[in-house]
Design a protein around this ligand. Sequence first.
Ligand SMILES: [Fe+2]
Length: 303
Amino acid sequence: MSYHSGLIQQAAAVTIMADVTLQRPEGAAEDWSIPQQWERYSPAEHALWDHLFERQAGMLPERVVPEFMDGLKLLRMTRPGIPHFDELSERLMKATGWQVIAVPGLVPEHVFFEHLANRRFVAGRFIRSPEQRDYLQEPDVFHDVFGHVPLLANPVFADYMQAYGRGGLRAHGFGSLTSLARLYWYTVEFGLIRQGDALKLYGAGIVSSYGESVFALDDSSPNRLGFDLARVMRTHYRIDDFQQTYFVIDSFEDLLRQTIETDFAPLYARLRNEAELSSDAVLPGDRIYTRGTQAYARARAIK
Ligand SMILES: [Fe+2]
C-alpha cells in the first residue's frame, strides 16, 4: 500500500488563512468570482477528472458517510467530465439553496466567509496536471468540487457550512482566525464521523485523496479522538502530510448544534489563556477511539 503526501490539503487551509492584502486579479468580480469557462477544458483535462473520480468513487462507498454518495447521485456528479458549475448550482439550489462559484485561487478570508455565510461555495476552476495526480499545493477543481460539494446537498451539513461562514465573519473582530481555521480543518477538511460501530469519512481533504482515504480509517499511526469543539480549536494540524489526529463527530446534527449554540466570544477569550496542543497530543479527558502509534509520522520525520 503506498501513501501519497497530502499536500492537497495545504491550500485548503490557506484559503481561510490567506492574507487580507491579497490583490484581486484582473477580471475577477468584486466578490472575487470569475466565470468557470467550462468550454475551455480540454479532453485530457476531462479525462483526468474521470480518472480521479473513478479511483475515489471505486473505493469510497465502504468508507465514506452515505450522505456523500447520496450527494454525488443527487447532483449527477457520476456523469463523466468536469462538472459545469451552473448545472451543479441549479441542483444544489433546489436541494439546499447553495451555489458553487469559481474563484481564481486564494481569496481573502473575509471574502471566503462572506460567500459561505450566503451559501456560496468557492471553488478553483483549474485541474491539476497529470504529474500532480497525488501531490498538489493548491486546491483544484477535483478537491473543491468532488471533495466538498456532495455534502452541500445534505441539509444539515449545508447549514453547518453557513454557520461556519457566519462565525468567521464574527471572528474577525476577535483576532481568532487561527482557532477557527482549526475547526474547519478538523471537520470540513479532515473530519471523521461515527455511524453505529463504524467510523466513516466525511472531510473533503480525505475523500479527495486516495492515500488518506485509506490511512485515515485503517492505519494504526494516527489518533482518532472524539470531537470536542474547544479542544479542536487548540490543536495544531499538519499541512504537509497526513494528519496525526482525526476527530470523530457523533453526527452532523451534533456538529451543527455545537457550532450554533457555542458562544464564541468567551470561548476565544478562554482559548487565549490555554496552551496550544501539538498535532499528536492525547489528553486525559479525550474520548479515544484509537490511540495512534504515530509510527508513520515518526518514519517521515527521520527521512
Ligand atoms: Fe478544501
